[in-house]
Ligand binder design. Structure first.
Ligand code: MN
Length: 269
């Protein structure tokens, strides 16, 4: 039987929880052999649940065995955008629905050097832990992130800002979407966290780093992060996917960590 690329090299844990305040869970996730993602839906009358489910299902349908190319991975996200946008247009009770999506897909392009493609739209996040250091890899598409980027507020102020939940980009809101994407090599010992804002609004990065450092098992780590969000109030749905990379390159020195390859994907171009 043909081995799925990277399948044996990864261990994954995943937990999604409604939290302590909300009555429904509008987050969704996928954590399968080559496809990992977190989507945080928005919209009334359970429409957010519909949007996040469409996004995750599209990844499952199009990329279950990994992505043959970066372009095909991005195309699946663009296709999810179209499906959600059309659903919102055609169903009155789903008007205005949308979802964030942060996803990592194993590149199955035949290259012996195994890699992930990381895709992001919205304010769910992907972090990487390497050498004990937690680093946010994705850039939030949010109002407060723009204020941080332009120097108007600090990261700390962004965490408590009254408008911190305004997203500036999401799937399903417009007929086209720009998708941030990065290519990341498998590095032995790396741990990735994909999470909805229900985690990061409740638990500061320093505490996230402590929790992941003290839970060796990926599933235990995911559960401990969700528990921490709930202990801090659980005011939103919270979803965490943890991926441990067991095989791959030896860890590069920490400066190599900074060479992020950000590519804009503009479907209108
Ligand atoms: Mn949320």
């Amino acid at each position: 039987m043909k081995q799925r690329p990277g399948a044996s090299a990864l261990v994954v844990g995943a937990v999604s929880d409604v939290g302590r305040v909300r009555t429904g869970n509008e987050d969704a996730f996928i954590a399968e052999q080559s496809v990992f993602g977190v989507a945080d839906g928005m919209g009334g009358h359970q429409a957010g649940e519909v949007a996040s489910a469409i996004a995750v299902q599209m990844l499952r349908d199009r990329l279950a065995g990994g992505a043959a190319s970066i372009e095909l991975a991005e195309a699946a996200v663009v296709e999810a955008n179209t499906a959600i946008f059309n659903g919102a247009r055609d169903n009155a009770e789903q008007r205005g629905m949308g979802t964030t999506l942060t996803a990592m897909i194993v590149l199955a392009d035949g290259d012996p050097i195994r890699q992930f493609v990381l895709l992001n739209v919205g304010d769910s996040r992907t972090y990487r832990v390497r050498g004990g250091q937690l680093r946010r890899i994705t850039v939030d598409h949010s109002y407060v992130q723009e204020l941080v980027a332009t120097g108007h507020i600090t990261e700390a102020e962004a965490r408590t800002h009254p408008r911190r939940n305004i997203v500036t980009r999401a799937l399903g809101i417009e007929s086209t979407v720009r998708v941030d994407s990065w290519v990341l090599p498998f590095v032995k010992g790396d741990r990735y966290l994909l999470c909805s804002d229900g985690l990061v609004d409740e638990v500061a990065d320093t505490e996230i780093a402590q929790i992941v450092a003290t839970h060796n098992d990926a599933q235990d780590a995911a559960q401990a992060l969700v528990d921490a969000a709930n202990e801090h109030g659980g005011r939103d749905n919270v979803t965490v996917v943890v991926i441990d990379v067991l095989e791959g390159d030896v860890s590069p020195d920490d400066t190599a960590d900074l060479d992020r390859d950000l590519v804009w994907s503009d479907p209108a171009a």
